[in-house]
Ligand binder design. Sequence first.
Ligand SMILES: Nc1ncnc2c1ncn2[C@@H]1O[C@H](COP(=O)(O)OP(=O)(O)OP(=O)(O)O)[C@@H](O)[C@H]1O
Ligand SMILES: [Mg+2]
Length: 251
Amino acid sequence: MKEIELKSVGKLYKPDITALEDVSLGIARGEFVFITGRSGSGKSTLLKLLSGQILASFGEVRVQDKNLAELSRRELQQLQLQFGIMQPGYNLSESKTVRQNIEQAVRSTSLVNLLAGKRADQALEMVGIPNVGKRYPDELSGGETVRALLARALAVNPRYLVLDDPTAMLNSSDSLDMMRLLKEVNSRGVTVIVSSHDKELVNIVKRRVITLSAGVKVSDENNATYNTMANDVFEERTIRERRMQRKLEKK
Ligand SMILES: Nc1ncnc2c1ncn2[C@@H]1O[C@H](COP(=O)(O)OP(=O)(O)OP(=O)(O)O)[C@@H](O)[C@H]1O
Ligand SMILES: [Mg+2]
């Protein structure tokens, strides 16, 4: 069974931006999926849709066979507790220490609060910064900040780890470290969904790669490397051109 399913999903932003068009895909438990594509191709939009942060304009997004558009606010929040998220804009609170930030995330997901501190420490250890818990976010380097954000996403013990361009601020050796860690997390059964335009990383992981171009899914391959064809050949095609093409094909 595909735990996450998009069925002909479209997303419009006001006033007239088509961020995604007719995207269908399924993600099974335990998969490691890269979402690639040029800037503006719809990667962040896709991640927000499948984690219920925004709703589709067309089609259906289903998680564990539930249509997200039909859930109550509470049901949606409940489902979202299973997601560990790292994305631009979802920053650490500057007024709390790193450890407090992570503890707060853990507390928000469970009624058992006693273990929050321990979970925070474990997560910081796991991402290789065991000694920064007492520091405030503005006392971290760029690389440490990225690790702390990853620690927060992992500490909630997520079923789905959703990372939007997590290596954007990392140098290449730290990026490789992160991929190793993600593979390890994935091997323990966590579904990992990562957006990236980093060709090298995608190629090292060699798992499923979905490529978007102008809001359209142009390739979806298993055990794959970065799809240069899909990224470059479709680059200049606008959604309108593709729509025209489909109309012609139907005739
Ligand atoms: N909240 C919003 N309101 C209006 N337009 C938006 C909004 N968010 C995204 N867009 C537009 O939707 C399209 C897809 O954006 P999205 O952020 O999903 O792309 P992306 O592939 O993540 O790009 P990047 O690699 O630069 O992060 C772009 O044209 C973008 O300008
Ligand atoms: Mg983005």
